[in-house]
Ligand binder design. Sequence first.
Ligand SMILES: [Zn+2]
Length: 257
Amino acid sequence: MPSESCSALVLRKTKLGETDLIVTMLSQDGSLIRAVAKGARKPGSRFGARLEPASAVDLLVATGHSLGIIQEVRCTITNEGCRVDLEHETGASVMLEALSKIAQEGDPLPRLYDLSVTALRALREAPVASIPLVTATHLLKAVSMVGFRPSLGACVRCGGSTRHDGAGSLDTQVSFSFSDGGCVCDDCRDTGDAIAIDRGVVDWIALLISSRFEDLPGFDVDPSLGLELLGFARTWLLVQLDIKLKSLAFMTDCGLY
Ligand SMILES: [Zn+2]
């Protein structure tokens, strides 16, 4: 039987039959892959502990079936710090669920894999108060990478000047349309479904999309801002990509942070 080796990030495990698992992963090329781990739920299975969500793994997969069969697995990054408490686990589950919906089978997005490995490292090292910010940054960067970057400069509808990029730039509120995909000018504000967003939030979105995860610990950020940015990401994913994340709804509403 032909087989292929690959590196991947484990996103989700689903039960199959009595003792097997279907493992959903983000391949190193950024595409979504699913494979069967036979006997992984049997006590003492050599697969079980090596296929935890958020782990990075090297795999040997037998192909030729509708779903590949995992033959060998070696864990290269355990990311155990992402499962150390409910707060970290919740942040990781948002990132992993988002990836399982953003990535597609047979559609490579190589930078998405590197971004996500870096984001999980930042998450496992983050103090609890910074988890919403790290999680929101991953979501904003990931959607930008796949072509859904919020437009934060000129008016997204007419190209005119907005309260964020020019005239009235001292205003504390910016008009933003989730359905149009970005900031809008005063003229377009009244003809669409724009809402007012704090200018500070829009500034942070722009900064975080262009920042590196290594820079985040240096930012002086109120913990509530992270939650506000997650709220933004939640609406953005829903309106722009038609993606609803159960774990994100839990994270923004759970009161853990
Ligand atoms: Zn306009």
